[in-house]
Design a protein around this ligand. Sequence first.
Ligand SMILES: [Zn+2]
Length: 339
Amino acid sequence: MTDTRRAAPSGPLPYRGRFAPSPTGPLHFGSLVSALASWLDARAHGGAWLVRVEDIDGPRTVPGTDLDILATLERFGFHADEPPVWQSARIERYRAALDALVAAGHAYPCGCTRKEIADSQLHAHQRNTTLIYPGTCRSGLHGKPARAWRLRVPDYAHPDAHADTHTDTHTDKHTDKHTDKHADAPAHAAVIRFDDRWQGSQSQNLATEVGDFVLLRADGQWAYQLAVVVDDAEQGITHVVRGADLLDSTARQIWLQRCLGVPTPAYLHVPVVTNEEGEKLSKQTGAQALDPERPLDALIAASRHLGLALRDPASTSLEAFQADAIDAWRRRLAQLPAA
Ligand SMILES: [Zn+2]
């Protein structure tokens, strides 16, 4: 393939992006769109593109699919710039991060059963199907055994008319509002705002929309939120490009980054691919595995999903397609964020 990689430019951090598939089934069209977008963005920036296998969800992981996905990526012309990493080999890093969060007072053990949390919330709001944890164990376990570990999110004091300002993602959120210099418009630590490069300005109130969230589950599984933040930080990821189904997780990840004192990458969430019923394409919703013998057809269809205006939509070589798509991605970025 054409070597579109270049030495890191001087100035801001050299671009490092990644594609992070879960080995729950073979690569399908939906995951191809995410792979293509992350690869194009890295190449358009002269950056590095890494692959991380997110295989810590034991019950959902299908043995052997990891190697199948990596082989398919190669067939489709996506060559990672560093050897892939497996989350299952990095458990001690997640443990160390949890220990640091506990030591800093950010994380605490929770002894509540699912039923106890549900009972405390009978007339309270639910978010999707996830209950908002009421913070019962913040003050201690009161004799109950620890089941899970949770991250404390900031309290939301009161809904001021202009209670939050658009703050830089690197602003120190540990100062409480009494020490905030902008007394007219105090920044609410509970409200996480960020500019998504594709979706535009985003905001989520962690206190009212999420609650203290789980880092280590009662079944011993590490939560995706913790693993992805630890890995992005350790791998020096500067730009996260992924499907919009993860847009909703981003505020939690930004809060975790602040608690761990690690940088917040730039985010870009591409539209998810849905089936005819409007469900996100996945193994569960009947996504077909990609045909490794016909990469170009699928790549051109994935480009179309991303709204890329290819100059030659009938490329006959991967190399020609890639050069065309990188240019088209640059033109597409110029039209973003979407209104
Ligand atoms: Zn609890």
